[in-house]
Design a protein around this ligand. Structure first.
Ligand SMILES: Nc1ncnc2c1ncn2[C@@H]1O[C@H](COP(=O)(O)OP(=O)(O)OP(=O)(O)O)[C@@H](O)[C@H]1O
Length: 271
């Protein structure tokens, strides 16, 4: 079980300083089967932030790495302790691999309430809120949207301090997206939330965010700044972010002509 969520959630040793909570990466790199997936990533995080980026840029791999799934190069410190060295009960992810541990959702919930302090009542009230009843179902028989809801609620129902949430809006209808947004605001103090949902971004204006492109992490900037910016070619002075895509340089600059970044789904056109 080394390097899995089980290691992270096992409450044997909890070397956590509550005073200094922060997630910090210095020169974090990851190679899988000879391919470099994460390139020299640096950040300091003491709240929740969003990550956006095109398919295959490394977002999920970053969350998995920060959840203890991979042996990385460089440093990831949580509350000053190197991630490789800690058993960390307060970190939660909705990455499904963490939940391949039982037959039915209610069994997963029981196991997680034992090892991680998931609150059954809270999980069940969350399910009522979204009007689904997954407890007697095998998680793999759930619809795509139900999977998103169930795994995210499992991650959040321990009321964790740190959250690593991958695409929480995927396959959700509008009403349930709004409920999910409320959950994401309420649970977790620090961590990353990965999304492709540019429409939902409007609801997170005050949050920080990062862009992930070709294994590199750019940011932080605020969602508000991002939404009123555009991507232009070259190295522009006063830009909000300087981005490299392949050999080319781009700048994220404030948009004076009121064009919204939502037009620049074009970030995705460049890669
Ligand atoms: N276990 C693995 N073995 C080999 N390659 C991997 C593995 N995990 C991820 N990759 C590769 O790493 C790259 C980044 O994948 P990752 O899933 O992190 O991307 P992503 O940004 O989350 O993409 P998406 O937006 O499509 O979910 C991809 O090229 C993927 O094929």
């Amino acid at each position: 079980m080394k390097g899995t969520i089980f290691e992270l959630t096992c409450p044997l040793i909890l070397k956590v300083s509550i005073l200094n909570h922060m997630i910090e990466a210095n020169n974090l790199s990851l190679e899988i089967r000879g391919k470099i997936i994460l390139k020299n990533i640096n950040f300091r995080l003491n709240n929740k932030a969003l990550i956006l980026g095109p398919n295959g840029s490394g977002k999920t791999t970053l969350l998995k790495t920060l959840s203890g799934f991979y042996r990385y190069k460089g440093s990831v410190k949580i509350d000053g302790n190197e991630l490789k060295d800690i058993n960390y009960i307060s970190l939660s992810t909705n990455i499904p691999d963490a939940y391949y541990i039982a037959m039915k959702v209610k069994d997963i919930l029981s196991i997680l309430s034992e090892i991680k302090g998931c609150k059954k009542d809270l999980f069940e009230s969350m399910m009522k809120e979204v009007n689904i009843n997954p407890l007697d179902k095998n998680p793999f028989s759930l619809s795509m949207g139900e999977k998103t809801i169930v795994f995210t609620a499992l991650a959040l129902s321990s009321e964790p301090k740190i959250v690593m949430i991958d695409e929480p809006f995927e396959n959700l209808d509008k009403n349930r997206k709004n409920i999910m947004m409320k959950w994401l605001n309420k649970y977790g103090k620090e961590g990353f939330i990965v999304t492709h949902d540019l429409e939902m971004l409007k609801n997170f204006q005050e949050w920080n965010m990062y862009l992930m492109i070709e294994g590199k992490l750019y940011g932080p900037i605020t969602v508000k700044e991002f939404l009123s910016s555009k991507l232009v070619e070259g190295n522009k002075e006063g830009s909000i972010l300087k981005i490299e895509i392949g050999e080319r340089k781009y700048s994220l600059v404030s948009s004076k002509d009121n064009s919204s970044i939502l037009d620049i789904n074009n970030i995705y056109d460049y890669v």
